[in-house]
Design a protein around this ligand. Structure first.
Ligand SMILES: *Cc1c(COP(=O)(O)O)cnc(C)c1O
Length: 228
């Protein structure tokens, strides 16, 4: 199948998942994850109407950004070392992977230089043993308060990368947990914190994530093919 066909297929599955969950499909945005894929494939997807892309490696992203002719919206979704933040400055609309204060402070420093505000999500480690990135649930509220105090970041929601489990139904509790955490934090009325975005769900489990409230699904291989 072509990239265009894959996108159409995913969009229709998003619609169906929304229907099952009684949700408005406009609440769910598809982030096409193009890491390791060449700029030509991104152009192909953009031509087919996909305008939101996610990348995971800062330098690879920066190089592609400079090569792309079609204007698209970029999200950064991968683990981020503090010394790589500069490669993203001014180029991404949303960073999904803020999981510690030191990283947020470096984002603050970089975006202050260009006098712009960048949207961020707080990435959580939902007790998954094999995943090292993501803040712990116990430190979430404190981290939200600290990040909310930084003037060049705006917190939009939460992100999680649950373990890969062959049966997507087994991932459902992780998605549900992320939504519950967002609701709990929203009920605390922390100044500057309104968690409306939930970034969760990938190629093999995005439909379950949508049923559990995802507003951003990050889909790579189901659009662009397997990564080597
Ligand atoms: C690579 C990646 C994805 C996409 O994974 P697929 O299984 O190819 O859909 C989603 N989220 C993150 C954080 C990723 O690094």
């Amino acid at each position: 199948m072509s990239i265009r066909d894959n996108l159409a297929d995913i969009q229709s599955r998003i619609q169906q998942a929304c229907q099952r969950a009684g949700r408005d499909p406009k609440e769910v945005r598809l982030v096409a994850v193009s890491k390791t894929k060449p700029a030509a494939m991104i152009e192909e997807a953009a031509t087919a109407g996909q305008h939101l892309f996610g990348e995971s490696y800062a330098q690879e992203f920066s190089a592609k950004f400079d090569h792309l002719e079609t204007p698209v919206e970029w999200h950064f979704i991968g683990g981020l070392q503090t010394n790589k933040v500069k490669y993203l400055r001014g180029k991404v609309e949303l960073i999904h992977s803020v999981d510690r204060l030191s990283l947020a402070e470096e984002i603050e420093r970089q975006w202050a230089k260009i006098d712009q505000v960048v949207n961020v999500l707080i990435q959580l480690n939902l007790g998954a043993e094999d995943s090292k990135s993501g803040a712990d649930e116990a430190e979430l509220e404190e981290l939200l308060r600290q990040v909310a105090a930084l003037p060049h970041l705006r917190i939009r929601g939460l992100m999680a990368l649950p373990p890969y489990l062959a049966d997507p139904e087994e991932v459902r509790p992780f998605f549900r947990r992320l939504r519950q955490l967002a609701e709990t934090m929203n009920s605390r009325h922390i100044p500057g914190v309104e968690l409306n975005e939930l970034s969760m769900g990938m190629s093999h489990d995005f439909e379950v994530a949508i049923e559990e409230g995802a507003t951003l699904v990050r889909v790579g291989s189901a659009i662009f093919g397997a990564r080597i």
